[in-house]
Design a protein around this ligand. Sequence first.
Ligand code: HEC
Length: 415
Amino acid sequence: MSPAADALPGSMVWGRRLELVLSEILSASVRWLHVVAGIAWIGSSFYFIHLDLSLKPREGLPPGVKGEAWQVHGGGFYQMIKFMVAPAKMPDHLTWFKWEAYATWLSGFGLLVLVYYMNADLYLIDKSVLDMTAPMGAAVAFFSLLAAWLVYEGLCRSPLGKHEISLALIGFVFLVGLTYAFTHVFSGRGAFTQIGALIGTIMVANVFVVIMPYQRKTVAALIAGETPDPAWGGYGKQRSIHNNYLTLPVVFLMISNHYPFFFATKYNWIIVAIVLLVGPLIRHFFNARHAGKDSPWWTWFVVVFAMMVVAWLSSNGPAGMKKSELPATPAFAQVNEIVMSRCSMCHAAEPVWAGIAAAPKGIRLDDPAAIKLHAKVIAINAALSSAMPPGNVTEMTTDERQVLAAWIAAGAPDK
Ligand code: HEC
């Protein structure tokens, strides 16, 4: 227990500890739910796209059936047929797929609030990018989610919505433009999470606002003994295809906050643009394969090449840094001084930074031995990227990052 905590009355120490434990367990539980719901949603979505593509027509299927597929799983065989539009009469039992999507969004939004909106100073805002208060940052983030969804919805419903290729191109430019803007409003990490949350919101809204309502209309028509309009299924199908191609970029963006080279280097927005192309390309490979066409193996060469470009882009380091201009190898005392003055207020056995209860991620950087031990993670987070300090709250300069980079390039000497 820290000396400061010792000085408090016992009940307050316990109150504070309880608050921390509760907020950790809440965060862990919501994250657990988010990951599991996401797995269920993406899993069922991949499954149905595969099923749809593998349906084969044959003689003797009931009227209105597009095709049939046989599958083997869990000790038995499944014979699947798909009625285009709807069967002639309502079946007694019908399984709907929607809570996977809704639960993913609700838990994801909960996490966004818990991690990014409630700790906006650390995770969302970077005052050296744009000086704003935490509530302002959270408000800009939230309303831009809504606004971007409205623009997407408008595009899909406009005449452009009928031209898939043009819509995809404009959608791509729109998302890259937004990413560029976000990297000039939020911290790199905040921008990546924001664009991921934005695409995820569009995907869930597709389920909530288009796919489900048209499915309900179809069911209502069947119950009323009417023939459902075939166009209804088409609207849902279009959004379902969008969701299919957006899945991989979203998952990348959601895990990217563990990789400082992507979000905290100067070409971060171009990296997002590349991922927005690579993700759909990988889906294209599987879609073609599942439809029984020749597998487009060329896609993997493009993917590997694109990821090499991402690696090169990220090797350029944080904004303002010049790779070729490293200073002379510094004395360890200089490195020690920088880390002590920029990092140790949080990364200490007893942090002094308000709101930080223990050394984040268990990483202590408060004595020379600990600093040497962590040379590699210091390089990744604070020299070759600007992920740390979060939101650059302790105002580390580019020159200081260069000194750390030179120290690491020289093999992190301890003299
Ligand atoms: C304001 C407090 C604060 C300061 C100052 C700070 N950090 Fe951190 N650091 C954090 C927090 C919070 C996390 C955990 C981030 C998370 O949960 O993703 C963290 C995580 C890390 C990690 C682990 C990253 C990972 O992927 O697990 C490293 C390494 C790190 N910091 C290094 C540094 C270095 C080096 C400095 C100084 C240049 C520094 N930090 C300054 C708060 C701080």
